[in-house]
Write a protein that binds this ligand. Structure first.
Ligand SMILES: [Fe+2]
Length: 480
């Protein structure tokens, strides 16, 4: 089959804006829902790609839509809702775009942009489109350059801006990649504001802010995620530059003001998770990463972590700009790497490529977050005709003890998103992998569930969703 046909098949996923649906029972396509599977899957991603004739400028611009699938008693019910952000509701009413975004110039002009920059308003529209975290009484829709939005866990009704009990200012950033320590229940997060301040947060399991520290970054205009490794938070800060002058002129979108200093080196920042103070700072060769798999302390005092490494920022950013157009010309080249570093000096003592395949979204069993772990799961691109320019076609499990890699190979026109690990409620050694698959053949979306140890076998069950779900970025599982 030619690359053109494959590309057309996944590109149809973006052919229309997300269509919401009310809570509805999901039809079983194959297999059986395990009786022990009790809880909810939540996924967040850009759902709206155009208003009238106007199209988004970058995939990151799409307004967030949340899919919830509630499992229990061998059944599943799903619902799908846009996050009712201030920007989304205003633009719905106006019937056109009103705000600047990551890849879109502010249509209200440079004065509006400046006013936002020097006030406590959102500088860009908060798209609430990147991830979610489930607190005991609410779901937070996350976007890295602003505050979260709180939603009802059951019906996804938007409750409003989340200010963590009044602790946050209106536009204060809270990243889309908070991490929960499974041992203490504490939640850690970061957030880079438009003045290049890196905010570090520690919260309790209910979402109450326990500690906040602000550090000034010398150059990095954003930091997508970080890693929890035992007593430390680890941040790699790649050499991304920002042309503030062109941004202030108001005719260039944020994404277009970003650049790459290939000789600049990636900074390594080690933070004490308790005090949120810097333990050490270092620098290594230049690379870019969006995501970490996991991290832990080793017996010798070093820290081990894995992440998906890109050779530079420009290429992955361009790929992500092109994806919703369906006409991808740029290859993406993310590969899983492992680093061993000394947390007292921030020196990397070992850096190895784990898997020679292009992929993204590394995840682990959330009960192992920050602790020694054996398996990392991730989405892989098929060994495609045009290497790296396709959507994902496999889910892999990498076994760090044996070096074995097992994969779930989906059908030629079936495309998964990020896999999530669901721990088995009664057996700590077992779990499931869940993802949402777009079937380009029948233009439909499905929920697929595998036994985490048997990815190479048929899924345990496949469930049909009533509408196409545009590819989502991240999600979470909440056991009940
Ligand atoms: Fe992410």
């Amino acid at each position: 089959m030619t690359a053109t046909l494959s590309r057309a098949a996944w590109a149809s996923n973006f052919s229309q804006n997300a269509v919401e649906f009310d809570r509805t029972g999901l039809e079983l396509i194959s297999g059986q829902i395990p009786a022990a599977l009790k809880g909810s899957l939540y996924r967040n991603g850009p759902g709206r790609f155009s208003r009238g004739r106007e199209e988004i400028g970058h995939w990151f611009d799409g307004d967030g839509a949340i899919l919830a699938v509630h499992f229990g008693e061998g059944k599943a019910e799903g619902l799908y809702r846009y996050v009712q952000t201030q920007g989304y509701t205003e633009e719905e009413e106006a019937g056109r775009y009103l705000y600047g975004n990551y890849g879109m110039v502010d249509p209200q002009g440079v004065w509006h942009y400046w006013k936002s920059l020097f006030s406590q308003n959102d500088v860009l529209k908060n798209a609430a489109n990147t991830s979610v975290i489930a607190l005991p009484d609410r779901l937070l829709a996350l976007w890295e350059a602003g505050h979260p939005y709180a939603l009802n866990l059951e019906n996804l009704a938007t409750l409003g801006r989340e200010d963590f009990g009044g602790a946050f200012q209106p536009g204060q950033p809270f990243s889309a990649h908070p991490l929960r320590d499974p041992l203490t229940g504490e939640i850690f997060s970061i957030g880079v504001d438009f003045q290049f301040n890196l905010n570090l947060y520690r919260l309790d399991g209910q979402g109450n802010l326990l500690k906040h520290r602000r550090l000034k970054l010398s150059r990095t205009p954003f930091c997508h995620s970080f890693c929890l490794a035992g007593r430390y938070l680890i941040l790699f800060l790649p050499p991304i530059t920002l042309n503030q002058f062109s941004l202030l002129l108001g005719n260039v979108a944020y994404a277009d003001a970003l650049g790459w200093d290939a000789e600049g080196g990636t900074k390594v920042l080690v933070i004490d998770r308790q005090t949120l103070e810097i333990v050490s700072e270092g620098e290594t060769e230049s690379w870019f990463q969006w995501h970490y798999g996991n991290g832990c302390e080793l017996e010798d005092g070093n820290v081990r972590l894995d992440f998906v490494r890109f050779s530079d920022f420009a290429q992955t950013n361009e790929y992500l700009r092109e994806v919703p157009t369906g006409a991808v010309k740029t290859s993406t080249n993310g590969q899983l790497w492992q680093a061993i570093l000394n947390p007292q000096t921030a020196k990397i003592v070992e850096l190895t490529k784990v898997l020679d395949r292009s992929g993204e979204f590394p995840v682990v069993n959330p009960q192992r977050t920050g602790q020694p772990w054996r398996y990392t799961y991730m989405a892989l691109q098929r060994p495609a005709v045009i290497l790296g320019s396709q959507w994902f076609g496999e889910i892999a499990r990498i076994d760090y003890h044996t070096g074995d890699v097992i994969t779930a190979k989906l059908g030629e026109y079936q495309y998964p998103v990020e896999p999530l690990y669901i721990p088995h409620p009664d057996d700590g050694d077992r779990g499931w992998i869940i993802t949402v698959v777009y079937d380009g053949d029948r233009h439909g979306s499905e929920v697929w569930l595998w036994d985490a140890d048997r990815l190479q076998e048929e899924p345990i069950c496949r469930l049909a969703l009533p509408e196409v779900i545009p590819f989502s970025f991240h999600g979470t599982w909440r056991s009940t």
